[in-house]
Ligand binder design. Structure first.
Ligand code: DX5
Ligand code: ZN
Length: 219
């Protein structure tokens, strides 16, 4: 499977959101990455349902919704209704992770779990076969434009090894500090979906950057 590129609209120009959505629609990007932050789980507030619904109105590709919020179980239904195709919840925000994953699936969405940089991948062993995707945070969540944490590469390698035994179809997504210069090493480690905010939206030509990221081939 060719790797997935998911531009993060957190780095879009919100005064021109429709323009940036059309850019992604017309690019080689696969998904829209939508970062929801509550100011409690992370030290930043981004946006919620009204913005999600506006994105859904124009987006012609799946919405990959990353919930950086406490008590995500309270809002799964509403995010599904608002247009989420994939819902990622944080391991660190779910006491009853298995139940939350079932709620996501019952709502008709793909289910994914994110791990903060300090959370080891082996904590997912007993739930891995229930997941469509694991999101490895390669920065501390909360802000775009941060520097990639190098140890994330080892986590991807370990997770891919575990997935090969339990659940080979698992998508491994990397989020934070992803750029044209590190995607090849991330693919080699076993990741196959890449979120990029700053690397795309700060590029001179965002659509070309998406295309260049998509072209990277390690074979
Ligand atoms: C960070 C968010 C990321 C962010 C990535 O908390 O989860 O999705 O938008 O931004 P970059 O690619 O700029 O690191
Ligand atoms: Zn994200």
């Amino acid at each position: 499977m060719k790797h997935i590129i998911a531009p993060s609209i957190l780095s879009a120009d919100f005064a021109n959101l429709q323009r940036d959505i059309e850019m992604i629609n017309n690019s080689e990007a696969d998904w829209f990455h939508v970062d929801v932050m509550d100011g409690v789980f992370v030290p930043n507030i981004s946006f919620g349902f009204p913005v999600l619904k506006s994105v859904k109105q124009y987006a012609k590709k799946p919405l990959d919704v990353h919930l950086m919020i406490v008590n995500p179980e309270k809002y799964i239904q509403e995010f599904a209704k608002g247009g989420a195709d994939i819902i990622t919840v944080h391991y660190e925000a779910c006491t009853h992770l298995h139940r939350v994953i079932q709620m996501i699936k019952d709502a008709g969405c793909k289910a994914s779990v994110a791990l903060n940089p300090h959370t080891p991948v082996n904590l997912l062993k007993d739930i891995l076969h229930d997941l469509d995707m694991v999101l490895i945070m390669s920065v501390n969540p909360g802000f775009g434009g941060q520097q990639f944490i190098h140890q994330s590469l080892n986590k991807i390698t370990a997770l891919r090894r575990m997935a090969n035994e339990i659940h080979p179809q698992l998508i491994i997504e990397v989020d934070g500090g992803v750029s044209i210069s590190n995607i090849d090493s991330l693919i080699k480690a076993g990741a196959n979906a890449f979120v990029a905010g700053n690397a795309i939206f700060a590029a001179e030509n965002p659509a070309h950057m998406i295309s260049d990221m998509k072209k990277i081939d390690i074979t």
